[in-house]
Design a protein around this ligand. Structure first.
Ligand code: KG4
Ligand code: ZN
Length: 418
């Protein structure tokens, strides 16, 4: 590792911690090729930065979450998210370098999320990455946010390509085969909203945030905690979405509407006022979680069957990776584990803090690309952000055509694994 004192001596000013005097820079002007990657993430409401060295060791990471601001506002307001990214990006990158005892000259390339995401948020990461790259003559490695979620599990688990991956977050629900670092085959996607978005909206409508224990949590986490206290979730009957569609796509709007209707009915029945919650709130959370898990298992079961029929995964690669913020959910993960047990699949997910948005997965994806010499862009002036971007080539028409029938496995959960 670089000597910290030596580098502190060459710092230009306290506020510009990663700048060395220009004269020194031009004298050395070395192109650092040891594979140390600085990753920047600003696709939604988290400003993240991390540095990973060429051996894959995480040297430092910094994350600024805007969650509390958006909880107060009742959702993400893009202008507000952009302002917060703008305020925090410079100090966060500085802090990450400082904590790793590195300067920008020790960095080989800057990996930055360019797609998909909120345009105003993505733009801040891109502009800052370009500014650093220009100033320090570094290449940029453009990162697809959902591919980064998919590959994050490879940082701590032994997972070879190809593998099956389920990406469940606040903005996406995708089922795919990861064939290589930048080659994905899409098997299924959401027709409307994402599971995290549904949890966030329902948690808000249920007023979970009014209970101090949930006040600082994301909607999904609050729903999981409340569901763990349920005593009788079966009083609420919720549908299995897309039950008659023989593909691997997802839908959460119908489920969300059903939960809202049950909520409304209970609020009327109990004459619930203003800031109060319905007494059955834990049971309704559990019912929603169970229905969501059933839906995710159902579609993933068909994907497993499709891969089997078409020899898409060799026997030794029967493995499912689950990632994205909603992958933190133990009930959902345990349900998918039961599915995997049934079909002899291994299952894994990144560490919880790497399931939700972070800079580490961006730096890691950058390193995976660096090692394979993919997407290392030296002339980056024309690089731009994309709000929407496919994960890879779609096999969805082939899956629909195959009309594979599925007898949904039984998900038997007890109170300890709920
Ligand atoms: O991946 P992520 O950090 O951001 C996106 O790319 O969307 O995912 C955030 C989502 C939020 O909707 C949040 O409610 C959900 O992940 N989430 C959870 C849990 N923790 C976070 N959903 C269910 N159970 C959890 N424990
Ligand atoms: Zn994400």
């Amino acid at each position: 590792m670089i000597n910290f004192t030596k580098h502190m001596c060459s710092l230009r000013s306290k506020s510009n911690l990663y700048f060395r005097p220009l004269s020194l820079y031009y004298k050395q002007n070395r192109y650092n090729s040891n594979g140390t990657i600085l990753g920047i993430e600003t696709s939604c409401d988290d400003t993240g930065c991390a540095i990973i060295n060429g051996a894959g060791v995480l040297l430092s990471e910094t994350l600024h979450s805007q969650n509390l601001v958006h909880l107060r506002n009742g959702g993400i307001i893009p202008d507000v998210a952009q302002d917060l990214h703008r305020t925090h990006i410079e100090p966060i990158v500085s802090k990450t370098l400082r904590n790793a005892s590195l300067t920008m000259e020790d960095i080989s390339a800057i990996a930055v999320t360019l797609k998909p995401g909120l345009p105003l948020s993505l733009a801040i990461g891109m502009k800052y990455a370009k500014h650093l790259a220009r100033r320090f003559k570094k290449p940029i490695i453009p990162i697809h946010h959902m591919q980064a979620h998919a590959l994050a599990a490879r940082m701590h688990h032994n997972i070879d390509f190809p593998f099956l991956v389920l990406l469940i977050s606040g903005g996406h629900c995708l089922l795919a085969i990861a064939e290589d670092v930048n080659v994905f085959k899409l098997l299924g996607e959401s027709m409307d909203s994402a599971p995290g978005e549904m949890f966030d909206k329902v948690a808000r409508k249920m007023k979970l945030r009014n209970l101090p224990e949930y006040a600082k949590m994301s909607g999904g986490e609050a729903v999981e905690r409340a569901a763990a206290k349920a005593t009788n979730p079966h009083i609420f009957k919720l549908p299995l979405p897309l039950a008659d569609y023989k593909d691997c796509n997802f839908s959460f709007n119908g489920l969300k509407t059903s939960v809202f209707l049950h909520l409304k009915k209970k609020e009327l029945e109990h004459e619930v006022v203003a800031h109060k919650l319905i007494p059955e709130v834990n049971d309704l959370c559990a019912a929603m979680l169970m229905a969501t898990s059933r839906h995710l298992v159902h579609r993933t079961q068909r994907a497993i069957e499709f891969c089997h029929r078409n020899n898409l995964l060799p026997e030794k690669n029967k493995q499912l990776v689950v990632s994205g913020g909603v992958a933190c959910n133990n009930y959902i993960f345990n349900s998918l584990t039961m599915l995997c047990n049934e079909f002899d699949y291994r299952i894994c997910r990144p560490l919880p803090k790497l399931c939700t948005d972070n800079g580490v997965m961006i730096a890691w994806n950058g390193l995976e690309k660096w090692r394979k010499n993919i997407d290392i862009i030296k002339d980056f002036s024309s690089l731009d952000i994309e709000a929407i971007s496919p994960l890879g080539e779609s096999l969805i028409p082939e899956i629909s055509e195959a009309k594979i029938p599925i007898k949904l496995i039984k998900i038997k959960m007890n109170s300890t694994n709920r």
